[in-house]
Ligand binder design. Structure first.
Ligand SMILES: Nc1ncnc2c1ncn2[C@@H]1O[C@H](COP(=O)(O)OP(=O)(O)OP(=O)(O)O)[C@@H](O)[C@H]1O
Ligand SMILES: [Mg+2]
Length: 506
């Protein structure tokens, strides 16, 4: 066997110029930089955008752990960490490329200054230097560019932290002139887009009265703080929420939850505008995929749907689902360097499809039945026949004793209630969860929602007897009884049947 070989390291200039083509938007690139701040336990991130035509610059300062000289050198090295390394659960990184690729996509000069244990380290990549034929090598500079020192001053106020500085942003400022209104407007519009994007991507970190993270843009006061954008309008009582499903997989726990957002009539104009999100209601329907609580994918149907793949269509615009996986499962989800795509593993597809079908169909009903839903009391939580109990040793499925049909049985049982209760407990204890799960995965057998498609004759019968019970024994008015049924699973899917119900003539 011939063991002769040659070493062929890539020419630095060509390599970096190609990496620039990865296609990061400014907002995605900034999110990648902030991922690193979060991983370094930063509590505050301050972005500074300075407009000066082609000399515009952006800095990102955090108060995280910071880096010493060797750490910073490694951080600036392409692929300084292997994608195969195990990462802590708060580490949002994976590839050892983000800082460099995100920055190079935006600027030709990347300076990083970092403070740890009282001393400051600085490293700089200057693509114009590397492009020189007499250099063309991985020459990492250890000082800021002449004249740029002032731009690193923010770090002085921190005990530890990191400042990333982007200068010579050739792409972002292409065609821009300083002292030019239109150029400056375009720059400001870009800042707005960044603000919206960060508010969305990091909303789970920015939320609450004591948020884990605060991001500021061009200022330090409350007005400069990036506000979280919650895609699920969870604050609205008119949002219907399915119980969290926790799905164990070989590489960690996946959490899944569906939301049917309120009809426009149940929101103020401003709430409706805000709720739409950056790209509008129709575009922002579907799955929101989170990795360690950081949003990777904002909407879309992840290539699910049968027999035809689901696309983003108006009638389903109120359907949004949250899907969360840990970084131990990165490989299963095929995440990319930009942290902007993730593909669900095959083994989960049936489960995701099943919940998405339910949420989509409810969302369609809310969208279509403006009148009925507009008038509904703001308690849109559906009364489901089953509830999922997450407490204690694991997930338990329980029959909802306050579902009107169950109430009816218990009441009808009179003195025999204990017997009925025993039967309910027996059913609960013996739900063939494993079997259902296997059938779903192996045979792709997913029963659609209860009584899906054309309502079977018995559905109308059940609705009639419940309606009779509610209007006579419980003493509700016909209107209230109909409303109650419309917020009870599965009757909410059949407003035509429910709205036809009238008290029997005496
Ligand atoms: N703001 C920061 N504070 C502290 N350490 C940082 C910071 N930014 C980067 N680092 C260090 O530099 C390393 C390289 O960062 P980089 O973003 O290039 O790759 P990564 O985060 O490891 O993976 P990915 O390519 O998925 O982002 C990080 O792993 C971290 O150790
Ligand atoms: Mg990173």
């Amino acid at each position: 066997m011939n063991n002769s070989y040659e070493l062929v390291p890539p020419p630095a200039h060509a390599m970096i110029e190609s990496l620039r083509g990865v296609g990061y938007s400014v907002e995605a690139a900034l999110a990648d930089i902030i991922d690193n701040s979060l991983a370094a336990d930063a509590k505050n991130v301050r972005l500074h955008f300075e407009f000066a035509g082609a000399d515009s610059w952006i800095s990102i300062l955090d108060d995280g752990r910071g880096m010493n000289e060797p750490e910073l050198r490694r951080a600036m090295t392409l692929g300084g960490r292997s994608p195969l390394d195990t990462r802590t659960s708060s580490d949002l990184g994976r590839f050892g490329f983000g800082l460099k690729t995100a920055s190079f996509a935006q600027c030709r000069r990347l300076t990083v200054a970092s403070k740890k244990g009282g001393s400051r380290a600085v490293r700089r990549w200057d693509l114009d230097l590397i492009a020189r034929p007499d250099v063309n090598d991985w020459r990492l500079l250890s000082e800021p560019a002449p004249g740029s020192e002032d731009r690193l001053l923010g770090l002085e106020n921190e005990d530890s932290g990191t400042l990333v500085l982007w200068e010579r942003m050739d792409r972002l400022t292409a065609g821009m002139l300083s002292d030019d209104r239109r150029s400056e407007d375009a720059f400001l519009l870009m800042i707005d887009r960044v603000e919206q994007h960060l508010g969305m991507v990091f909303h789970r970190f920015l939320e609450g009265s004591h948020p884990e993270l605060k991001i500021f843009i061009n200022g330090t006061d409350a007005r400069s703080r990036v506000r979280p954008w919650d895609p699920f309008l969870a604050w609205s009582p008119a949002t219907s929420i399915t119980p969290v499903e926790r799905i164990p997989t070989a590489n960690g726990l996946v959490e899944l939850q569906g939301y049917v957002l309120p009809h426009k009539d149940q929101l103020t104009e401003e709430e409706f505008r805000e709720g739409a999100g950056r790209d509008g209601w129709t575009s922002q329907q579907g799955f929101y995929v989170y990795r360690n609580r950081r949003l990777l994918v904002a909407g879309g149907w992840l290539g699910l749907g049968e027999p035809r793949l689901w696309t983003r269509e108006e009638p389903y615009k109120l359907a949004r689902l949250s899907l969360e996986f840990p970084n131990t499962a990165d490989e299963d989800w095929e995440i990319d360097i930009k942290k902007s795509t993730a593909r669900p593993p095959r083994v989960l597809k049936a489960r995701l499809t099943a919940l998405a079908e339910t949420v989509r169909s409810q969302a369609r009903q809310v969208f279509a039945h403006r009148g009925a839903y507009g008038k509904r009391a703001p308690t849109a939580d559906l009364q489901s026949a089953w509830t999922v109990d997450e407490a204690g040793s694991g997930t338990r499925y329980r029959i909802n004793r306050s579902h009107p049909a169950i109430l009816l049985v218990l009441e009808a049982a009179g003195r025999d209630q204990a017997v009925v209760e025993q039967a309910l407990r027996l059913i609960e204890e013996t739900v063939p969860v494993q079997r259902i799960w296997l059938d779903t995965v192996e045979k792709g057998e997913i029963r659609k929602e209860a009584f899906a498609e054309a309502p079977p004759p018995e559905l109308e019968g059940i609705a009639c007897s419940l309606f009779k019970h509610l209007t006579t024994r419980v003493g509700l008015s016909p209107e209230l009884a109909r409303q109650q049924l419309l917020s009870t699973d599965p009757f909410q899917n059949y407003p035509d049947i429910i709205n036809r119900l009238v008290p029997e003539a005496a």
